[in-house]
Design a protein around this ligand. Structure first.
Ligand SMILES: NC(=O)c1ccc[n+]([C@@H]2O[C@H](COP(=O)([O-])OP(=O)(O)OC[C@H]3O[C@@H](n4cnc5c(N)ncnc54)[C@H](OP(=O)(O)O)[C@@H]3O)[C@@H](O)[C@H]2O)c1
Length: 291
């Protein structure tokens, strides 16, 4: 029977993809380096295989009868000595080469919205290099280009807890962030779709000011948004480039660059940012009550 293989299955998006495949009873293989990360999920229909995507020899034989690969492998918050090139590029190349060897039909890769335009940034450079390798491979492919994920807006929520949110510029730039469960549906639909690139975001197009207001509202705090001048942003970027390691500079550079431009992709899904913020606040309050 044909199968779907998920690389990066233990990550934020990977777990939602597994749950969706499991719910539909679609036979699937989950590649993980730490199987314990999936122990809280009920994945009766998923075969979990322990590998190291950075070590191609561990992938041998695992792709037998696989029809489509979905890779969400990416260097995000990990602190394990690897670089963007090691993971976003080389680890994905390792997965791609094994897919080619095994005769996989299609490869779906999750990059980032506007990654091709912003490829000069640390966060996107290696991803886009992999996109080129995938396009050159001859395999059928789809590149998913999602807008920001809800959890990446937690920093706004943490600022809001203190009663004030700092923004660069006038806070008018817009984006439509997306929930992992909605994005998982897009990834799975892509298995049977012909589109080579899918740019996608969540259902609501929000300004930075609206996101800040939602975060303050989740804490039941009045609107208190402070707009910082653009030169402070440039100064932070220049200083951070000198002093921060790559894995901390990359997301900061990406975040500060995106704050000043509109990022809108095709709207998809039903999950709302205000609900996510409200749930996160409940969790934070419960955790502090248990201490
Ligand atoms: N966050 C956003 O706003 C956003 C927006 C657009 C696109 N994206 C991109 O979408 C992709 C998926 O995002 P996500 O939030 O699901 O990321 P995530 O939670 O960090 O998951 C990344 C996956 O890659 C694996 N990985 C990373 N380093 C590894 C290593 N050294 N060895 C083996 N496996 C490794 C992780 O395994 P472990 O669980 O073992 O670490 C995990 O399964 C990423 O490429 C991300 O950059 C993110």
């Amino acid at each position: 029977m044909t199968k779907i293989l998920i690389a990066g299955a233990s990550g934020y998006l990977g777990k939602y993809i597994l749950e969706e495949l499991n719910n539909w009873k679609i036979p699937a293989i989950a590649l993980v380096r730490s199987p314990e990360k999936l122990k809280d999920l009920n994945l009766a229909n998923i075969k979990i295989v322990q590998v190291e995507v950075t070590r191609p020899e561990t992938l041998r034989g695992v792709f037998k009868d696989v029809e489509t690969v979905i890779s969400t492998v990416g260097f995000t918050r990990q602190n394990d000595g690897f670089t963007y090139m090691d993971i976003d590029y080389q680890a994905n190349v390792n997965v791609l080469q094994e897919a080619e060897r095994a005769g996989v039909r299609k490869f779906i890769y999750v990059s980032v919205l506007d990654g091709d335009i912003l490829r000069h940034l640390k966060f996107t450079e290696a991803k886009e290099r992999f996109v080129e390798a995938l396009k050159a491979s001859g395999l059928e492919y789809t590149i998913i280009r999602p807008n920001g994920f809800f959890p990446d807006l937690r920093d706004v929520l943490y600022m809001a807890e203190k009663g004030r949110v700092l923004l660069f510029g006038n806070g008018d730039s817009k984006l439509n962030p997306i929930h992992g469960a909605d994005l998982a549906e897009v990834c799975i639909r892509a298995i049977a779709q012909k589109e080579k690139e899918i740019a996608v975001g969540g259902p609501d197009i929000l300004t930075q000011n609206e996101i800040a207001e939602m975060a303050l509202c989740a804490w039941n705090k009045p609107a208190n948004i402070v707009e910082l001048p653009g030169w402070i942003r440039s100064l932070i970027l220049k200083t951070a480039k000198i002093f921060l390691p790559e894995q901390r500079f990359g997301p900061l550079e990406f975040f500060l660059t995106l704050m000043t431009r509109d990022r809108i992709a095709t709207r998809y899904g039903t999950r709302r940012l205000q609900d996510f913020f409200n749930q996160e606040v409940q969790l934070i309050k419960q955790q502090s009550n248990q201490k």
